[in-house]
Design a protein around this ligand. Sequence first.
Ligand code: PEP
Length: 248
Amino acid sequence: MKTLIAANWKMHGDLSWAAKPKAFRDAHGPQNTNVEILICPPAYLIPALVKGSEGQDILIGAQNCHQEQGGAFTGEMSADMVANCGGRYVILGHSERRALFGETDGLVAAKAKSVLASSLVPIICVGESREQREAGDADEVVGAQLKNSIPESADGHKLVIAYEPVWAIGTGLVPTLEDIASMHDHIRGILSARFGENIAQSICILYGGSVKPSNAREILALKDVNGALIGGAGLEMDSLCAIAREAL
Ligand code: PEP
């Protein structure tokens, strides 16, 4: 599978950022064909980024969506709406959404079901807190999140999992390579038990949490790490693509 390098722009950016993909390509030329670059901007920028990335080999996605496809849900956007404006992926269950907006595994699963029904790819985020890791509960916590955040109806196709230890997000802290490898192996094992070995091997598992150009190579080289979900270092195309270049 291709390595997926996904940037989560969170609540950053303005309309001028739609020019970033083309400006980057003009300066740096085509990318490694084994790598897929995805940018998930704030929802209002999706159409502009879709237009701005035309012909640039850069995909655009959303950071969230509602679990229903339409109706009286003030302030929300459905998966169909993401698809309608050209988005291809939807990040779901990011730890900020879980912590700040009260999203539960069940809600994430309902959203993922809706995303799949819209022929988009959900990127389901899981990850333990610092306390949970220190208590030795990381595997169990992540296992339960995975079990309950992937919708029951899912068959494992068109699914991306992002392992993001909460304590590593935006902190500059990164787990040891052994710990990342061990958690990705654990996640692959759970996927294999649920969907069978062949499908599990085809599911892209991203690592996220303080990935930057200087640590990307060793993280991306780990078995069962199929890409990265990037916050801070994904805001600038230069560092995003420097990370992408480390995926050899
Ligand atoms: C994130 O927000 O998902 C993330 C991984 O952020 P950062 O790369 O800044 O740690």
